[in-house]
Design a protein around this ligand. Structure first.
Ligand SMILES: [Ca+2]
Length: 554
């Protein structure tokens, strides 16, 4: 089902209100506050569902397959890392093979206008898990902890260089906490980045029964580390010595000799471990509702991929060896990157095959997305060669479309029409209310998302719309972006001296300028004015992540 494109135009009826009491007299169209909650379903249909084995439940939709009548749907949310908008075949990729994800799209719904929570890792995940937009979220940048309390570092054996990121505060309510309350068994397997063990951001304190993988994002730069974590316990990996995430080819080493790169090839590949743990978790919980947040590190750098995955791409394209500085070197960076994307695809295929084997396909809603656009490091990732973000402008770290527009595929056999595409404009802050509506639990007050469950379930006419989408990002020079109907306002370099002296809004009409090439700001001062009002309304100061110049400088 394809939404009618015209419906998304500014001033069209679909542009409902997000904030309370926030009104536009836009083109004289008054659309009113059309809703007072985000797909809010009162009551907790599944409280205690884990205990209910086969008894009657409230989930009695006659169209539901028999197995589903017994249980609420599992949620498998697969979040790729740094996967660009056009790196999957089903999103137009020509060079890299992704058959499993293409098949997933053919069995579900593919979103063409879905946005991540931020152009970098940690804040994007915070937005996804809390349902608060980037001007309201607790975490707004990748902020590393300089030092953990000694007691915490000692108790868990955390090395100073892997102290983790700014912890998610206790008071934030995550999707995992909500699902746990609704009777789900919950796991995050992959990369965390929202606070070390023993802090308020400990995944076990944020609703996850099981955490397995990398806590610190810096630790995750190596795919051949010395260990991963299972909850607060280190699980040793067979990498002796472990491969670092960052290194240069040694002086004098021949960049064309494969042997020069051996030190950067480990033995025990972390994605293998994470996949196996995920399969184990699914098997262990096949008879009760589970939420698996599978946050694979693929396809984030470094360029670490096993030989067997690399082989199909070797010799296909001209290569310039990457010898450093940056992440670790690779002799064939194009082949390595393509292999990592295909490896991600293979791992997704394994998880889907397991659902099929266990007869859980119809009982499991599968989401697939990416936390931000393709990495902006041309010697390591040739985004131009791969056309990694298609016609979009910008890459990871940028609030142009290429940094934040991401793939989103959702499959629920028998519920979500197969092989469909939607241009519903949605973002990571919509995930909490969407899952809430699909599963049937109450969303916390004060979140910003709008459930896109109506779109998924083929009731697009009931779909409520965002009036605008707002991003602020204090990193990469400081940026703001607002999507308002077809319009996109972008402000860059806010924290440079030039920015403080008056960084200017750029304005693009995405309906006919998807590449954000033609700045129309000078022609539409009235839209710039609206955008500035939105910034004023949407931005809420966060002392940990000051947004200069919106927040007063100390
Ligand atoms: Ca990322």
């Amino acid at each position: 089902m394809k939404n009618r494109k015209g419906d998304n135009l500014l001033g069209g009826r679909k542009w409902a209100f997000v904030g309370d009491g926030f009104r536009w007299g836009w083109f004289g169209v008054w659309v009113g506050v059309l809703w007072a909650g985000c797909g809010l379903v009162v009551g907790n249909r599944w409280a205690g569902a884990a205990e209910a084995t086969g008894g009657p439940s409230a989930f009695t939709d006659q169209s539901t397959p028999k197995a589903s009548a017994k249980r609420p749907p599992n949620i498998l949310f697969i979040l790729a890392d740094d996967l660009g908008y056009a790196e999957l075949g089903c999103y137009g990729q020509q060079k890299i093979k992704t058959p499993h994800l293409d098949r997933l799209a053919s069995q579900g719904m593919r979103f063409t206008l879905h946005y991540s929570g931020s152009p970098v890792c940690a804040p994007s995940r915070c937005v996804l898990l809390t349902g608060k937009h980037p001007g309201h979220a607790a975490i707004r940048n990748n902020k590393e902890m300089k030092q953990l309390p000694d007691e915490v570092a000692r108790r868990y054996g955390i090395e100073p260089e892997f102290s983790g990121q700014q912890p998610l505060p206790d008071e934030e309510i995550t999707l995992a906490e909500l699902l746990k309350k609704a009777g789900y068994t919950t796991a995050c397997i992959g990369k965390w980045g929202l606070g070390q063990f023993g802090t308020s951001g400990d995944p076990n304190r944020q609703g996850f029964d099981l955490f397995y993988g990398y806590n610190c994002q810096r630790h995750a730069h190596s795919y051949y580390p010395a260990y991963l974590w299972e909850n607060g316990r280190k699980v040793p990996l067979d990498n002796d010595p472990p491969v670092p995430g960052h290194a240069k080819l040694p002086a004098g080493a021949d960049p064309n000799d494969p042997a020069s790169y051996r030190p950067f090839q480990g033995k025990d590949y972390a994605p293998d471990r994470m996949l196996r743990r995920a399969e184990e978790f699914i098997r262990q919980n096949k008879d009760r509702p589970f939420f698996l947040f599978y946050t694979t590190t693929l396809v984030h750098l470094a360029l670490h991929v096993p030989e067997e995955d690399l082989k199909p791409y070797l010799g296909l394209w001209p290569e310039t060896p990457f010898t450093g500085d940056g992440y670790t070197p690779h002799r064939t960076p194009r082949a390595a990157y393509a292999a990592m994307v295909s490896r991600l695809d293979r791992d997704v295929g394994r998880l889907l095959a397991l659902l099929e084997e266990l007869g859980l396909e119809k009982d499991t809603i599968v989401f697939f997305s990416s936390d931000n656009g393709t990495a902006d490091v041309p010697k390591e990732v040739d985004a131009k060669f791969f056309q990694s973000v298609g016609p979009l402008r910008g890459l990871k770290g940028s609030l142009y479309e290429g940094g934040i527009r991401v793939p989103m595929i959702v499959r629920w056999p028998g519920k979500i029409p197969a092989g469909t595409t939607t241009d519903h404009i949605s973002a990571f802050w919509d995930i909490v209310p969407t899952v809430a509506e699909l599963v049937g639990f109450e969303v916390p007050a004060g979140i910003d998302g709008i459930s896109f469950a109506p779109t998924l379930l083929g009731r697009a006419q009931e779909q409520k719309q965002h009036e605008y989408l707002y991003w602020e990002f204090p990193g990469y020079g400081g940026q703001l972006a607002v999507r308002l109907g077809p319009w996109k306002g972008v402000k860059q370099r806010l924290q440079s001296k030039g920015g403080r002296l008056g960084s200017q809004w750029e304005l693009y009409n995405l309906e006919n300028d998807i590449g954000e090439r033609q700045n129309l700001a000078h022609l539409h001062p009235e839209i710039i004015e609206k955008i500035e009002q939105i910034v004023e309304q949407a931005h809420r100061p966060n002392p940990l992540f000051p947004m200069i110049p919106l927040d007063p400088v100390e």
